[in-house]
Design a protein around this ligand. Structure first.
Ligand code: ZN
Ligand code: ZN
Length: 389
């Protein structure tokens, strides 16, 4: 299979074709004490590499901040929303991935086992649930493997990264704007959550809780679906207000709401008589999000994309049953959503061009993490590490 995320289990013993690697590779290595240093790494340690990628961009998301803040298990080259150009490739992976040296690709973060005995990997579109690739399980993921494995270059925060036989990748158009290309993976998540799972379509009314990285991507997905109205709820902090302004520039109506418990009331005020077709909680409000089901239209869907720890106090089952409403948790995205994400980005109709891009070189990664965690950093959610800077 080509663009469906399949992996092969044969050895990648062949020498990757057209190797054009430098003797040393600069990489931002993040340490268990939540600091990052730039190191030069010898790529020769990659004895089982299936290929090499020259990294164009590595976009930062909330998972990176969580991992960094809570302490990495090993020194790690992080970065899991990676775009780049293939600079070398083993013949078997050239065939398996249907790509060639010089192709521009987007990587998925999952490194699924690919074994026929694995329930998730034996189906074409749910390999992201492979226990090996689980964020709370095997953690075999791009940007999570330690520097002690192979070359150590397994994340996007480096000039080059090693590709393995487990790598899942998708071809990108060569002329796709670099800022838009860096949205490929989070926008694919939003396409799955808002359109494929939430069911948003032309004329839909969509509410999005949280104007963060995935909230903004969800606005773009709702736009791409042809939604009639998009309402975004955010808090009254500097970062949130700036992000709400971005959502507004993309065509959304915005609501400032600092009280999670009043989320349902806030949505009620903006849901008009008919309510919403889709409500997406990107922050994990927990109970308050579930109460928002009161403001779903018939057959509407509440999509839970965040992990909240607020206890669920009250859910109106009558509303859920009478409205034939759906409540669904989501994780990552299907490979089909990634393909659709690339098509929509190439069509230039997502509104994501309104989101300022914060571009940072490898030397700026340590400060970037520090300022994002102490909330003094940039407020745009589109933060992109570009090793060439
Ligand atoms: Zn991510
Ligand atoms: Zn598997």
């Amino acid at each position: 299979m080509k663009d469906h995320g399949s992996t092969v289990t044969t050895s990648a013993g062949e020498t990757p074709a057209a190797a054009s690697l430098p003797d040393t590779v600069r990489a931002a290595v993040s340490l268990p004490d939540s600091t990052t240093t730039v190191q030069t790494i010898d790529p020769e340690g990659a004895t089982s590499a299936a290929g090499w990628l020259k990294v164009e961009s590595s976009a930062l998301c909330g998972t990176d901040l969580d991992l960094y803040q809570h302490g990495l298990a090993h020194p790690t080259v992080m970065g899991h929303h990676v775009i780049g150009e293939i600079v070398s490739l083993s013949p078997v992976m050239q065939w398996s991935w249907d790509v060639a040296v010089g192709d521009r690709v987007a990587l998925e973060e999952y490194l699924p086992c690919g074994l026929p005995t694995c329930d998730a990997c034996s189906k074409p579109d749910i390999y992201r649930f492979c226990p090996d690739a689980d964020l709370w399980g095997g953690q075999r993921r791009v940007g999570m493997l330690g520097t002690h494995e192979g070359s150590g270059l397994h994340g996007g925060n480096a000039e080059y990264m090693e590709l393995s036989t487990q790598t899942v990748l998708h071809k990108l158009p060569r002329d796709l704007d670099s800022n838009l290309a860096a949205w490929t993976q989070p926008f694919a998540n939003a396409v799955d959550w808002v359109i494929n799972i939430g069911g948003a379509t032309s004329g839909s009314r969509v509410a999005i809780i949280g104007p963060g990285y995935h909230g903004i991507a969800a606005v773009a997905a709702a736009r791409a679906a042809g939604a009639d109205e998009i309402v975004v709820l955010g808090r009254n902090s500097r970062t949130s207000r700036d992000r709400l302004e971005i959502a507004q520039a993309m065509g959304a109506s915005i609501v400032v709401n600092d009280d999670a418990a009043s989320t349902s009331l806030a949505l009620g005020r903006h849901g008009k008589a008919t309510g919403f077709d889709v409500i997406v909680d990107t922050v994990g409000l927990g109970g308050p999000a579930l109460q928002a089901t009161e403001h779903l239209r018939k057959l509407g869907r509440l999509v839970l994309a965040g992990l909240g720890d607020t206890p669920v106090t009250e859910v109106n089952l009558k509303t859920l049953v009478r409205g034939a409403s759906g409540v669904v948790g989501v994780r990552g995205r299907s490979p089909q959503a990634l393909t659709r994400s690339i098509e929509l980005l190439a069509a230039h109709d997502t509104g994501l061009e309104h989101v300022p891009s914060i571009d940072v070189g490898l030397d700026g990664v340590d400060e970037l993490f520090r300022t994002l965690l102490d909330r003094s950093g940039p407020s745009s959610p589109h933060v992109v590490i570009r090793p060439s800077l």
